[in-house]
Design a protein around this ligand. Structure first.
Ligand code: NIG
Ligand code: FE
Length: 416
């Protein structure tokens, strides 16, 4: 068979194949390894993965890439990011070092509100260029699929503008970007004491307009004691569902207010953060099939002493994914390998569980598993060639990159 690309001389290919389902429980530890392997690619898709001798005997043509005895994994799927904003907030990092908490900074007018001030009226081209630069760094760190949220506008026009920027990034960059509407990221300053009026805008104006333009797949909300309450969240999310969007939540990040329980009740696609979620809420999520997207780099950056109960979640059979939460405030981390390290050290994942959470399960959590998250015939050739002796090496050696080449849909998009 004539193909476009053959990657050969791979000591191992960690396929993360899982039969079309997310990986749960003990299956998370199965990387689906094929040794001495090669991968054949045509039209951006994997056509075969097998022993090098088999692939070479049955495929020809195109580009021949020597993996030089390295390990190949799927590209990372980062299922929770906020990359569209103007200024970074390193001054808040310094304030947290001096003892202030994220919520204190937010209540004093910093936090999300300060990003909104500079982002709301920024022109589309500036937002696009800034986000593009950030996402290119993510690609160099192995991310080949991304979920990106709006939420730094909080009025209809600027939320739509951020979603247009996300759409333009998806069209311009070689990776796939899944858009999420997050107009319920915070209450705008002028509505802090009139939640009802802002919920009215969300449900009567923003959600219908976003839905009509078909510009967001998911609707997300910051359900937390100092932001959207459980009842407020339920109303916003139900409205989004009525308008055809799928649901995500920032749930129980800091305080256990019942976000996990609400995610289960509404059968959201995912509930993210969950640093303080109750065990009952987590088990309800499992029973409702809601994926837990854990963001350990955020809690690390917020100097939290405790992390989400990732070990408990895996052992209880929840679908667990991990993400960076890349944003200018709580977590300016763009590295999925670093998040894998934190998942292992702070939540007790094994390296292979962390890889499953960062690839196949992450793909399921943003509805992309048909084409992303594992290396299987028919899926996109999104893959990483690593210079390392074993998969354990990814979280073990943190702080620098061991990725030699990044391919997205069969195209080389980064080379060390
Ligand atoms: O996931 N929690 C809400 N949103 C972000 C923080 C965004 C910001 O601080 O700008 C998060 O942590
Ligand atoms: Fe977030």
């Amino acid at each position: 068979m004539k193909v476009d690309l053959i990657i050969h001389n791979c000591a191992q290919v960690a396929t993360m194949a899982s039969g079309g389902k997310p990986k749960t429980g003990k299956d998370m530890n199965d990387a689906g390894i094929i040794k001495d392997a090669a991968i054949a690619v045509k039209d951006g898709k994997i056509v075969a993965i097998d022993k090098t001798s088999e692939i070479m005997a049955n495929h020809e043509g195109g580009l021949l890439v020597d993996a030089e005895g390295g390990i190949v994994t799927p590209g990372f799927v980062d299922p929770h990011t906020h990359p569209v904003f103007v200024h970074t907030r390193e001054a808040e990092f310094a304030m947290r070092l001096a003892g202030a908490t994220y919520v204190e900074i937010s209540k004093a007018g910093g936090g999300i509100s300060s990003t909104i001030e500079s982002t709301k009226n920024a022109d589309e081209e500036l937002l696009f260029n800034l986000a593009k630069k950030r996402i290119k760094k993510m690609i160099a760190l192995g991310t080949t699929t991304l979920e990106a949220k709006s939420g730094y506008g909080l009025d209809t026009a600027s939320e739509l503008k951020q979603l247009r920027v996300i759409r333009a990034l998806d069209e311009d960059l070689p990776i796939d970007i899944v858009p999420t509407f997050m107009g319920a990221h915070e209450y705008p300053v002028e509505y802090k004491n009139d939640h009802e009026a802002y919920i009215e805008i969300l449900t009567q104006d923003m959600i219908p307009k976003v839905a009509k333009q078909g510009i967001a797949r998911y609707c997300d909300i910051f359900t937390e004691a100092h932001v959207f309450s459980i009842d407020e969240s339920r109303r916003v999310l139900q409205c989004a569902r009525e308008h055809g969007m799928e649901l995500k939540m920032h749930a129980d990040e800091i305080e256990p207010i019942g976000g996990a329980e609400l995610a289960a009740e509404l059968k959201c696609t995912s509930a993210d953060h969950l640093g303080a979620a109750s065990e009952a809420g987590l088990l309800a999520m499992r029973d409702a099939g809601v994926t837990a997207v854990l963001l350990p780099a955020t809690l690390f950056s917020l100097r939290s002493k405790s992390y989400a109960k990732g070990r408990f979640m895996i052992d209880s059979g929840l679908i667990v994914a991990i993400a960076t939460d890349y944003n200018p405030g709580s977590c300016n981390c763009d590295s999925m390998p670093m998040v894998m390290t934190l998942a292992c050290l702070q939540m007790g994942f094994t390296p292979v569980e962390a890889l499953a959470a960062a690839t196949i399960n992450a793909a399921h959590s943003i509805g992309m598993a048909e084409s992303k998250g594992s290396l299987e015939a028919g899926k996109d050739a999104d893959l990483l060639i690593w210079d390392m002796p074993s998969l354990d090496f990814i979280p073990y050696h943190f702080g620098s990159s061991h990725i030699c080449k990044v391919f997205a849909k069969g195209r080389l998009v980064h080379q060390a």
